[in-house]
Design a protein around this ligand. Sequence first.
Ligand SMILES: Cc1cc2nc3c(=O)[nH]c(=O)nc-3n(C[C@H](O)[C@H](O)[C@H](O)COP(=O)(O)OP(=O)(O)OC[C@H]3O[C@@H](n4cnc5c(N)ncnc54)[C@H](O)[C@@H]3O)c2cc1C
Length: 285
Amino acid sequence: MTTYDCIVIGGGPAGLSAALTLRARNLSVAVVANDPKENPLWKSERVANYPGMENATGAQILTAMRAQAEACGAEFVPARALSAMDMGEGFSVLAGSDVLMARSLILALGVAARVTFPGEAEHLGAGVSYCATCDGMLYRGKTVAVIGQAHDAPEEANALFDIGCDVIYFGLGGRPQALNPAIKFHTAKKYQVTGAGAVETLLADGQSYSVSGVFVLRETLSPAGLLPGLALENGFIQVDRAMATNLPGVFAAGDCTGRPLQIAKAVGDGNVAALSAAEFLARKK
Ligand SMILES: Cc1cc2nc3c(=O)[nH]c(=O)nc-3n(C[C@H](O)[C@H](O)[C@H](O)COP(=O)(O)OP(=O)(O)OC[C@H]3O[C@@H](n4cnc5c(N)ncnc54)[C@H](O)[C@@H]3O)c2cc1C
């Protein structure tokens, strides 16, 4: 398996800028990134304040940045990073169903959903999980709820069903076509996770379901849900001026590290994070 010098998670301006700088230092880099059309900036019809690209659309800026990073040799892994782990000698990242390895990490996640359901944070690791692939086997033979708010949530629910979980899927609209027809489906908007210690019940729009696990599958994960032990400050990833987090070898850039939430700041952060990752790697040699 290839071990990259750095894995960048997130393909927005911060992640793309970091990838470009890492390649300029001749470091190998994998960017775990969803489709650029899913980036919130894609929808912007006019960006007036990004130097050198006056009145470009968000789509034009993202397309140009990505093409430049690709041309420099950054590898793109089209997936959502589901979890990252410090393995001692480096980091493993679960990207969709692929496991990637790297000697350093740059988190460029954008602004993650910081609103959680009541009871969600309290039961994280005690029945609440953000990753069916990581934790599914713990619930074999048990009833689990999947709150499906990510595009790949039906596939994750199917995988839980296939390993022997009794799955109840909760969606926002109609039943997803990709969902295994044998899986029970409900629509709900409001959720609460309850249980003394471990998860016992999911309340969905006031209706109670007895479950042992709740898989909350959102398009973006909270940074601490992605990488346990990561320090946050007011919901943003805590970084120093070198964009270093509290975890050695882990750097962060862009909106996920705080205000101003702007492209120019994200690009600058990505550059600094990449240079810091390069220094970290050089010290380890
Ligand atoms: C409609 C709109 C208009 C805007 N207009 C302007 C403007 O005119 N000028 C300006 O300066 N700023 C503007 N912004 C703000 C600007 O878009 C952000 O500040 C900038 O995109 C931040 O870059 P980033 O790379 O930090 O985060 P993002 O661009 O949000 O990129 C992060 C990416 O990482 C992805 N991601 C998150 N978690 C994971 C994971 N686990 N695995 C894989 N991928 C993941 C996200 O889905 C996202 O695609 C606008 C934003 C919006 C929404």
